[in-house]
Design a protein around this ligand. Structure first.
Ligand code: ADP
Length: 637
């Protein structure tokens, strides 16, 4: 079959043009990426060979070989792993397969400096070879196949695929190094890069070293093959033999993320069920953390043999930010991926891992609150999914949840909150919305602030769900301050006089009742009710949801997601009986509660309450007209 020319998927071309023109300073990482792929390919074959030994064709010693050709200016990376057939080649080296790389392309800004920083953050896999080469040639044969294939590209939008000759299975990538990258022809330079980034790779990375022996005419070149890495699975080594950099490089390899690990958990569990875990929690939130597939990111090994990187039975979805490996001793080596479902050994391992992770998080939360705050910022929203999904661990999860609150800028725990509850306070108060600083200014909080009652400020979308799912915590119900009555009267103020003063204020109930009746008529279908507020102190009005209706923020969220019927339920307008505007309206209502001015003023107040809620007002033109006319009569000449 003759050579076939194909185009890269558009996203790949975009990625390649950035990679090729990048001034990214750590170009050496190309080697890490190619070695990482080679090692994964060996892992995959080792797994497939468990059920089909013929695939090994007698060669079960996996290795990666690096070869340089100084004259040709090439470095090649060869493995005896799974290899690729024609389709694999076209799919894997022509499109973007991994969601992380997809997220990278989505994150590209066009600003070369920023995009460059992203390369470091994501690692761009195989495509990083174009940072150092003008041309890349891949020759590969899939284990068990007879036909080999050759893939060639200069990284400029197209690649060719053709039949090729190759004796052994696996893949060899040959990089034609560009003028700036000739340093990767030198043994020492390569050795240094491998030691830095790939020491943890469990299979040997070999390279020929050329030395001279003898004197004068006797001088001759001697070639010895050296192993550049330690070549034992990192997690099987003792903790004291592993330094932080080695852990970090392993984390990059296994996790496909390139920040520093925030937490490293390396343990061996012995007893009824034996396993080793080397798990990492990233420092920053990966781009695809909220991808709907909520895919797990921990690799399962059985007695050092890679089984799968897609094992949903190892950790619950709310711990999907955890990276690393679990190596189990008590599973059969020939376990198929299907058999992993509902496997009792795995369930026990999962229980143990969740307990350990939550325990470590709790320790950090208690002892290092500042460090914990970075974790919480990145993954708090994910952990909170667990509060409503994992009933067994609900208390442990609530224990490590942290919240912003009206108590200050620090994160607070539910325990802190409950310890500060006021005499007579029956509920854990919270408010939900998109943005904490906007929430802090919500009028609905005024009465709570006046009484010194702390309110939790919840701004993750998931908050609406876990709060309503748990309902009650340690006998105290969660209560939204934007919903139902504020039952503030039962709670004692800091200063008793404040309560007494309030009593004095509420005098003229008749005038207030008249005003409320007139406003209800003026606002008609816009509101469910108008009532006197005991949660406002500074603002004139605010909106709240009726006790049994859906909270307003949740309604808005659902409406944004196209579930607009959810937006139908109406709100209650609460008015502040102590406010000057309400006083004036009272006397207007007494004279003529149906006058245009009164109706306009009522509608203005309603629109204002909507704006404060961050909602659209129904008729902006009418709002502007009313506001101008009120200003015209109110402004001094
Ligand atoms: P990633 O490794 O992150 O998935 P790459 O772009 O580096 O992304 O590689 C794309 C795919 O190409 C891999 O997922 C794998 O299927 C295939 N591949 C890369 N290198 C090899 C190799 N040495 N042997 C077999 N397949 C490989």
């Amino acid at each position: 079959m003759s050579e076939e020319k194909l185009s890269f998927q558009a996203e790949v071309s975009k990625l390649l043009s950035i990679v090729a023109h990048s001034l990214y300073s750590d170009k050496e990482i190309f080697l890490r990426e190619l070695i990482s792929n080679a090692s994964d390919a060996c892992d995959k074959l080792r797994y497939e060979a468990l059920t089909n030994e013929d695939l090994l064709a007698g060669d079960g010693e996996f290795k990666i070989k690096l070869t340089v050709d100084k004259e040709a200016g090439t470095i090649s990376i060869a493995d005896n792993g799974i290899g690729m057939n024609r389709e694999d080649l076209i799919n894997n080296l022509g499109t973007i397969a991994r969601s992380g790389t997809g997220a990278f392309v989505d994150a590209l800004t066009g600003d070369s400096k920023k995009d460059m920083a992203l390369i470091g953050q994501f690692g761009v896999g195989f495509y990083s070879s174009f940072m150092v080469s003008d041309k890349v040639e891949v020759v590969t044969k899939r284990a068990g196949d007879d036909q080999a294939w050759k893939w060639i590209s200069d990284g400029q939008g197209e690649f060719t695929v053709s039949e090729a000759e190759k004796d052994s299975r696996g893949m060899t990538a040959t990089l034609f190094l560009n003028d700036e990258s000739k340093e990767y022809l030198e043994f020492h330079r390569i050795q240094q890069v491998v030691r830095t980034y790939s020491d943890h790779i469990a299979i040997p990375i070999l390279m020929d070293r050329e030395t001279e022996e003898g004197e004068g005419d006797e001088k001759k070149k001697v070639i010895t093959e050296e192993t550049l890495n330690t070549a034992s699975a990192l997690w099987t080594r003792s903790k004291s033999d592993i330094n932080e950099d080695q852990y970090k490089e392993f984390y990059h390899h296994v996790g496909h993320v390139f920040d520093d690990p925030w937490l490293t958990l390396h343990n061996t569990v012995e007893g009824v069920i034996e396993y080793t875990n080397l798990l990492f929690i990233p420092t920053s939130r990966p781009m695809d953390i909220f991808h709907p597939d909520r895919k797990q990111n921990v690799k399962l090994y059985v007695k050092r043999v890679f089984i799968t990187d897609n094992c949903d039975e190892l950790l619950p979805p709310y711990l999907r930010f955890v990276r690393g490996v679990v190596d189990a001793q008590d599973l059969p080596l020939n376990i198929s991926r299907e058999m992993l479902q509902n496997n009792p050994v795995l369930s026990k391992i999962k229980l143990g891992l969740v307990k350990r992770i939550l325990g470590e998080l709790k320790k950090k939360a208690d002892k290092k609150p500042e460090e914990y705050a970075t974790f919480w910022e990145a993954f708090g929203a994910v952990i909170k999914e667990g509060v409503y999904e994992d009933f067994t661990n609900r208390d442990a999860l609530l224990d490590i949840c942290r919240f912003k609150s009206t108590n200050g800028d620090d994160l607070v725990s539910l325990e802190d909150y409950m310890g500060r509850m006021k005499e007579g306070q029956e509920a854990i108060y919270y408010i939900t919305g998109e943005d904490v600083s906007a929430l802090r200014n919500s009028p609905q909080l005024e009465g709570f602030a006046a009484k010194g009652i702390e309110v939790l400020l919840l701004s993750d979308s998931v908050d609406e769900f876990w709060v309503s799912a748990i309902g009650i915590h340690k006998e105290k119900p969660f209560k939204s301050v934007t919903k139902g009555g504020a039952d503030l009267d039962k709670i004692k103020s800091e200063e008793k006089e404040a309560d007494d003063k309030k009593e004095d204020e509420s005098t003229d109930t008749e005038a207030l009742d008249r005003l409320i009746a007139a406003m209800k008529v003026a606002l008609g279908e816009d509101v469910k009710d108008v009532r006197k507020s005991n949660r406002l102190t500074g603002s004139a009005v605010c909106l709240v949801a009726d006790e049994n209706d859906m909270d307003m923020h949740l309604q808005r969220m659902l409406a944004q997601h196209g579930q607009s019927e959810a937006a139908a339920s109406k709100r209650i307008l609460e008015i502040n009986d102590g406010h000057a505007v309400i006083e004036k309206l009272k006397s207007m209502a007494e004279k003529d509660g149906t006058s245009n001015t009164f109706v306009d003023a009522s509608k203005l107040l309603f629109d204002q309450a909507c704006i404060v809620e961050g909602e659209k007002i129904q008729d902006p033109a009418a709002f502007a007209r009313r506001l101008s006319s009120v200003m015209a009569s109110g402004l001094p000449l």
